[in-house]
Ligand binder design. Structure first.
Ligand code: ADP
Length: 413
């Protein structure tokens, strides 16, 4: 009462207070304020009056707490809204059954959705991008990335993941699409330039190879001379292989000479395992393969897919030391055949993982242990997967090993 007097300037006047009751307005243990009631006549407050006032004070406390909560959540919502509006990446959120929940302005722009009623509609009805629906559908809890090509020629790199509650239950799916058209074009220019140079180099290299093998035929070479001639021939061969790799990559990217047929990936993987087993044995690495049940057929080019798998196996053996294990699995995950090649070798740092599938990218510092690679292998694997509507990604930790995944959509997709 004394504080109320101080605050409210209750001076003796004709309305001066003769009776006053004050009650705490309290939410849980926090005091929010005070509710007071004054009478201009003397008054004794009965129990029922004070009970009623207590109830009112309780309700006022709940109302104040709710409005503060609303203010806080509205602030958070506006902040999120500002972020979603400002980001140039397209963001799409669906519920677990792929009905649209939220689309930011960048996504509206890309898929021409301005002013359309979209919330609650299935993504397939609104966005005619089967790859996006497959991406959102296929990889349930895990994070995965996909390349999405639009009819207007733009290419987006989309990463999808699940939105889950604290108890782990999934409440939706999220797709973030980034425009990588420029990078794709640069990549293509890089390939074109390298292809042109490679073709030009083929002739002189063949000449060098021919003459270095003919050297011993034109006169007897001493030991050092034949050692040097062998080194030259080995160097020339390495260069020729590199050039063949570059030209192969160009062929794959321009889809030259591919012949599609129905294929059993389990069989292709097992054939590659049989071929590579002697190398694993000679390096003291245990190579284990498990093929799951009912692996559906995919449509693809057997020799290209064989090469992709072979390259992943080669790498896993190359970067694993003796006594290690390489585990290969083929399994159906939703509508994809997923091949994983897991090693317990040297692993790859997070920074390198992001660039690993780029052309010519090699991990710095490993070249001394192995100089035969060109850094083209994984871009081969990626191009082959993409040619087949599939994708590649990896999980790795430096020093603990790596798992490469290669997933292809099945024919029934
Ligand atoms: P390369 O022909 O040099 O092997 P790749 O494109 O196949 O080229 O691989 C690029 C780089 O990725 C390699 O130089 C290597 O450092 C790293 N790498 C690939 N596979 C593995 C693996 N299983 N474990 C560790 N590092 C790997």
């Amino acid at each position: 009462v004394s504080r109320a007097r101080a605050v409210l300037d209750i001076r003796p006047s004709k309305h001066s207070l003769q009776a006053i009751i004050a009650l705490p307005v309290q939410h849980e243990t926090r005091l929010i304020g005070v509710l007071w009631l004054g009478y201009s006549k003397p008054h004794i407050f009965s129990k029922s009056e004070s009970d009623l006032l207590m109830t009112l004070a309780g309700q006022a406390a709940v109302a104040v707490a709710n409005s503060r909560l609303f203010e806080a959540s509205e602030g958070g919502r506006q902040q999120l809204d500002a972020i979603l509006t400002a980001t140039p990446d397209a963001i799409i959120v669906t519920d677990p059954r792929l009905r649209l929940v939220l689309v930011n302005p960048a996504a509206e722009d890309i898929f021409d959705l301005q002013g359309k009623e979209i919330v609650g509609r299935r993504i397939n009805e609104i966005i005619h991008q089967p790859q996006l629906a497959v991406a959102l559908h296929s990889s349930d809890e895990r994070r995965s990335s996909h390349e999405i090509k639009l009819p207007d020629g733009r290419t987006f790199s989309g990463s999808t993941s699940s939105i889950s509650r604290q108890d782990g239950s999934i409440i939706g799916r999220l797709a973030v699409l980034r425009d990588v058209t420029e990078f794709k074009e640069l990549d293509q220019q890089k390939t074109d330039a390298i292809e042109a140079v490679s073709n030009d180099l083929k002739g002189p290299l063949a000449l060098m190879q021919g003459y270095s093998t003919m050297l011993p035929m034109v006169g007897k070479l001493n030991n050092r001379q034949s050692e040097f001639a062998e080194k030259i021939a080995a160097g020339v061969e390495q260069m020729s292989n590199l050039i063949e790799d570059v030209l192969d990559l160009h062929r794959i990217e321009s889809d030259v000479g591919s012949s599609m047929q129905d294929l059993d990936m389990g069989e292709i993987v097992q054939n590659q395992i049989e071929d590579i087993k002697p190398i694993a044995v000679s390096r003291g690495i245990q190579l284990v393969c498990s093929v799951g049940h009912s692996i559906e057929l995919i449509s693809g080019d057997a020799s290209m897919l064989g090469r992709a798998i072979r390259h992943l196996l080669d790498n896993s053996l190359r970067y694993t030391s003796s006594g290690g294990t390489v585990q290969v699995n083929v399994q159906m995950i939703k509508s994809e055949v997923e091949i994983s090649v897991a090693d317990d070798g040297i692993g790859i740092s997070r920074a390198d993982q992001d660039r690993l599938f780029e052309k010519f990218y090699r991990v710095y510092g490993q070249q001394d242990t192995d100089s035969s690679g060109s850094g083209l292998g994984l871009s081969f694997v990626k191009s082959i997967a993409e040619r087949h509507g599939g994708r590649v990604w990896l999980d790795s930790q430096l020093g603990q090993g790596s798992t490469f995944y290669f997933a292809l959509p099945t024919n029934n997709n």
